[in-house]
Design a protein around this ligand. Structure first.
Ligand SMILES: Cc1ncc(COP(=O)(O)O)c(C=O)c1O
Length: 387
């Protein structure tokens, strides 16, 4: 018996998304070609754009297909920062150290290479950002802030942030706001149109599309500078022959994920709550990492006194795949930067386990985890004492 409880790292491709991908592959033509083959694949691409736009609550002209969330985040962060230096220097970027590295790293790159200064917004142990500090910064540095980038749902803890309020506060100062919505889109109710955002990143493989496709939704009023130069495809923001098979599968997965979201998330939340209750009964010293608003399919615990990698290894031996915080940093486990940013100490941030459920998860998966965790924890504790 084995179980996959790491759906926030990547979730199985939905059958219909695979079918859409294979169907698209059977069509020949570069979507930019003017002949009928080209026009046919262009039609498929534009259909995919329409479907994705509907699922994300935006206009189809606002969908820029990318290779995934990392590229979308890089394009947003660098593109808006550069564009905002056009008429006058604006050095500040507001973000948080609880963000994914696909966002923190491009910001730090701007700090190192392009004179950006970052205002990292404090986040408390409930998982929520310090909105009073945010308002103070907007008032104090408003004219010099290039952009704000804060995620909608945290991929490690599942914390949900009030992005429409965050965006509206910045918009009052004319500041564009980007949100990494990779862990939010298809999992909780979001609409680009009413969000007040200038841009929003999404990724296909968190929804049931294959790895290697995503999108940056960019408001029609915004013109970030492009990272990639070439044929000028995708509103000049993403040159390169347009990847219509991946776009088709992303659109199909997004459509399905949004359509069955309410029912699926309610089902997963009930399973997650059961898992949490079992874990806390069996291991009373385990700590739930956040107490604020959160997504239904994520459980995240600190297991005091052990190392995450020992737990991962022992669970893996029993056929159970979970993760320590986010998937990994290129395969290297370290203390969770998210928990450190929330004020946990090094020991607790090195003892975190994230369990994430997805569209294929059943009660038996939860039972497998809860029947193993107490023994795994005591083995890991003993191993720690023997070190
Ligand atoms: C919140 C978040 N942002 C961005 C990414 C990167 O997305 P991709 O793997 O599509 O590059 C991930 C993937 O783990 C993520 O969880």
């Amino acid at each position: 018996m084995s179980t996959f409880l790491d759906h926030a790292a990547t979730t199985p491709v939905r059958e219909k998304a695979l079918e859409a991908y294979l169907e698209a592959l059977a069509h020949l033509g570069n979507p930019s070609s003017v002949h009928s083959h080209g026009r046919e694949t262009r039609e498929l691409l534009e259909q995919a754009r329409e479907v994705l736009a509907k699922a994300a609550g935006c206009n189809s002209a606002e969908v820029i297909f990318t290779s995934g969330g990392t590229e979308a985040n890089n394009q947003a962060i660098k593109g808006f920062f550069w564009q905002r230096q056009d008429d006058r220097p604006r050095k500040y970027v507001i973000s948080a150290l609880t963000e994914h590295h696909a966002l923190i790293d491009p910001i730090e790159w701007l700090e190192k290479h392009d004179g950006a200064e970052v205002l990292w917004l404090p986040v408390d142990k409930t998982g929520q950002p310090d909105i009073e500090t945010y308002k103070t910064w907007l008032n104090e540095f408003g004219d010099e802030i290039a952009l704000v980038s804060l995620m909608w749902v945290n991929n490690e803890t599942g914390a949900i942030w009030d992005i429409p309020t965050i965006a509206s506060l910045a918009n009052q100062h004319g500041i564009p706001v980007h949100s990494d919505a990779v862990a939010a889109f298809g999992h909780t109710e979001i609409s680009f149109k009413t969000s007040g955002l200038a841009a929003m990143s999404i990724s296909g493989h968190k929804l049931g599309a294959p790895i290697g496709v995503g999108a940056l939704i960019v408001s029609r009023n915004q013109k970030p500078i492009s990272l990639i130069h070439g044929g000028g495809q995708e509103r000049g923001l993403r040159s390169g022959t347009m990847n219509y098979p991946h776009a088709m599968s992303l659109a199909k997965a997004a459509e399905l994920a949004v359509a069955d979201m309410a029912e699926r998330e309610a089902r997963l939340e009930a399973l997650r709550d059961k898992l949490e209750a079992e874990v806390l009964t069996q291991i009373p010293q385990a700590i739930k990492t956040i107490s604020g608003p959160r997504i239904g399919h994520t459980a995240s615990f600190v297991f005091p006194g052990v190392q995450s990698d020992s737990l991962l290894f022992l669970l893996d031996q029993k056929g159970i795949s979970v993760s320590a915080g986010s998937a990994c940093q290129a395969g290297v486990l370290s203390a969770s930067h998210v928990l450190l940013a929330m004020g946990y100490d090094q020991a607790d941030a090195s003892a975190v386990i994230r369990v994430t459920l997805g569209h294929t998860t059943q009660a038996a998966d939860i039972e497998l985890f809860t029947s193993a965790i107490a023994e795994v924890y005591s083995t890991a504790l003993r191993a720690g004492l023997n070190r």
